[in-house]
Design a protein around this ligand. Sequence first.
Ligand SMILES: *Cc1c(COP(=O)(O)O)cnc(C)c1O
Length: 437
Amino acid sequence: MKLYNIKQHNEQVTLTTALLQGLGKNRGLFFPIRLPKFSEDEINNLLSMNFIERSANILSEYIGAELSKNIILDCVKNAFNIPLPLVRINNRISILELFHGPTLAFKDFGCRLLAQFLNKIYNTRNNNKPMVILTATSGDTGAAVAHAFFNLSNIYVVILYPKHKISTFQEKLFCTLGKNIYTISVDGDFDACQNLIKQAFSDDLLQKRLALNSANSINIGRILAQICYYFEGVSQVSSELRKKLVISVPSGNFGNLTAGLLAQSCGLPVKKFVVATNINNTVPRFLRYGYWDPHPSVSTFSNAMDVSCPNNWPRIEELFRRDNRSITELEYDYVEDHITKNTIQFIADLGYLSEPHTAIAYKVLSDKLNANEFGMCIGTAHPVKFKKLIESFFCNKIKIILPLSLQKYVKLPTLSYDIPKCFFSLRNLILKIISES
Ligand SMILES: *Cc1c(COP(=O)(O)O)cnc(C)c1O
């Protein structure tokens, strides 16, 4: 598979390079040179397969000879053993629940497949530097990355997070794993953590000793993974409803929507996509007024979407350009917190407990859906991740229970290192950890 840098088309790389490197020159995103197109028969054949087999086929069409079909199948089997039911809410709308993975959010799919790919690629390369996944988290991404890479040989994970600024449960979920997962609590805020990461990536000594990778949502490996669950969602819809299917995606950095649009571009029958954001509405305002005007980001109930400069948006523009389509095809809107709360209460009356991100997708979808259409919301997180908030919406009359599989983490000791917000402390610690392991 060959990809090019959107900012500098003459920079062309293999999938391996894109996976290892993340971004191209000038911080440009990588985009596939060849966009696969399946015929209607091929699509119907794919839709009749099971999730694992189908995903391996789709990925193999994108990736080509660079990874053998067997290697891809192996990666998919290890990464995608997660249930993803489509749950009917009423006669017009269903929710594709992508939150039954180890950290209860859809990011498990992308992170787990990327981890499997890197594991295969790195082990087959003659590389003498240890690979270190280095990332900062304000809570949730860290957990998805940690669980995805846990126990993989030859890959170390170092995750920074702001001390006392994430919930105890969030901390327990990824700071108790041990083995190749190292967590560092920084005396500072999330921005301080991100600054330390930036310094690390531009530090000569660390670059010389280690193969650093951030595994963040701009990595093409995560996007490729996410194409697969759109196919699974559609496969669970009856063939008669497929013709009128509208999919709503709760969006922050727009990786999830990029994957949905790629699925549609290669032939998946989707009539329309709906962009749903919170008050951090740079994209809805862009689609409405035609100019790009990010405001400072604002915190909301749907905090994973508190993004004002969505880093995957250039990929969406590039895809529409390549396919000679216009972004005016996208339906869009944003939802403010008080409406998000009302929507969660409204959906609960239909017998379904939702959380802020999914509720935003539902709200915009139900406002935009025409009489002859059928809607699917992408359900991105489990309500238990927002337990306190959601319980407060119902005056604490309901109790959300942590799934059994996660209760064990609460009792485990936290294994994090503590550092001040100082780059040299971070560098020394990373070098010490790697040399001792
Ligand atoms: C990351 C995240 C989103 C936003 O996804 P993008 O791909 O960044 O647009 C939505 N909901 C939840 C729960 C998330 O964790």
